[in-house]
Design a protein around this ligand. Structure first.
Ligand code: ZN
Length: 164
């Protein structure tokens, strides 16, 4: 497993250092902002939707290596997918990194490269970093012009933060 893990880390590192599809997306007709207060990750996801297809996806923001790599790989993966395919992939991805990958069944999409995030399940705090771009994308597709916070969508509420 050691080699595989190194490979995974390399892929994540590569995407975090050289994120793909980074920058405001020209011609985007959907966008949403995401914030993960536990880590401080902030990302804006842009989508150009054409006839129910995610014709183009991009993102901008600042965050940790995991959130940046996750956003980068998400944009690569989702280009050209339909909205339904994107949602199914998110579900599958979420199951993978939360360790609930029991159900396989027909119609489950292949994760492909996104499988490199499976190691994240060992670091529960990092799960939110990895899912932030996906939650943000979902909000963008839903046309919600609000900021998504991972604290509203996942897990127990953390009482951190406050004025300091
Ligand atoms: Zn993070």
């Amino acid at each position: 497993m050691g080699d595989l893990r190194d490979l995974y880390q390399e892929v994540i590192l590569d995407h975090s250092k050289r994120p793909r599809n980074f920058g405001e997306l020209a011609g985007a007709n959907r966008r949403a902002e995401g914030y993960n207060p536990l880590c401080g990750d902030r990302e804006t996801v842009y989508v150009r939707v054409e006839d129910d297809v995610l014709a183009d996806v991009g993102f901008r923001g600042a965050g940790c290596a995991i959130s940046t790599a996750s956003a980068s790989m998400m944009t690569e993966t989702l280009k050209g997918k339909t909205r339904a395919e994107a949602e199914a992939l998110f579900e599958r991805f979420h199951d993978l990194i939360t360790g609930r990958e029991g159900e396989k069944g027909a119609g489950r999409p292949e994760l492909g490269k996104l499988a490199v995030f499976s190691g994240v399940r060992e670091f529960p705090v990092r799960v939110k970093c990895a899912t932030l771009p996906w939650h943000t994308l979902k909000a963008a597709l839903a046309g919600e012009e609000t900021t998504v916070s991972t604290e509203l969508t996942e897990g127990p509420k953390a009482e951190s933060g406050g004025a300091s």
